[in-house]
Design a protein around this ligand. Structure first.
Ligand code: HEC
Length: 152
């Protein structure tokens, strides 16, 4: 039985795994050095840290940890305290679009206390503030957020 010896071509496929951050439709996301597995960049977290300290920390805490022992317990005036945004409350239930909406409108339309930021800071700063508080979320929580809609 004849044996056809076919030349073997070694095909080397070089796959370049480029760390592409999923960019948002607004074109605001993924600028700069991407944080692995996240929609935002290292630079956005840095910007967000400044924005958060200037605009949000007095209510939500410098590390987004909240400022009361229990965010579910109403204050003396009957209002709910600012919740932590570091993943320990339920900010992760809201996709990016809803988080942006809360920041734009504040809580007042829903009977809450948070001021509206629509005209106080730029959209870039709002996204950066979100990147900052999401940087406190561990990967499990971030994964849950993606399942709840994430950047959709
Ligand atoms: C004057 C206090 C105050 C400031 C300043 C403030 N917040 Fe809030 N925030 C609240 C309160 C109180 C709530 C709960 C809803 C309500 O009562 O309005 C809230 C709710 C939220 C929520 C929804 C959280 C959830 O679990 O549903 C997000 C997101 C948020 N704030 C982000 C921000 C960001 C980002 C900034 C800064 C740009 C900011 N907040 C500044 C008081 C504040």
């Amino acid at each position: 039985m004849d044996r056809n010896l076919r030349p073997m071509f070694a095909v080397t496929v070089v796959t370049l795994l480029l760390g592409c951050a999923p960019s948002l439709e607004s074109g605001e996301g993924g600028e700069g050095t991407p944080v692995a597995g996240r929609w935002y960049s290292v630079e956005q977290v840095h910007t967000g840290s400044r924005v958060f300290h200037d605009e949000c920390a007095q209510c939500h805490g410098a590390q987004a940890q909240g400022i009361t022992a229990d965010w579910r317990e109403r204050l003396d005036d009957g209002s709910l305290p600012p919740p932590p945004l570091n993943g320990s409350a339920h900010a992760w239930h809201h996709p990016l679009s809803v988080l942006l909406q809360v920041i734009n409108q504040g809580g007042v339309p829903l009977g809450g206390q948070m001021p509206a930021f629509a005209n106080r800071i730029s959209d870039k700063e709002k996204l950066a503030a979100i990147a900052y508080f999401q940087s406190f979320w561990n990967d499990d929580l971030y994964g849950n957020w993606e399942q709840m809609g994430g950047t959709e």
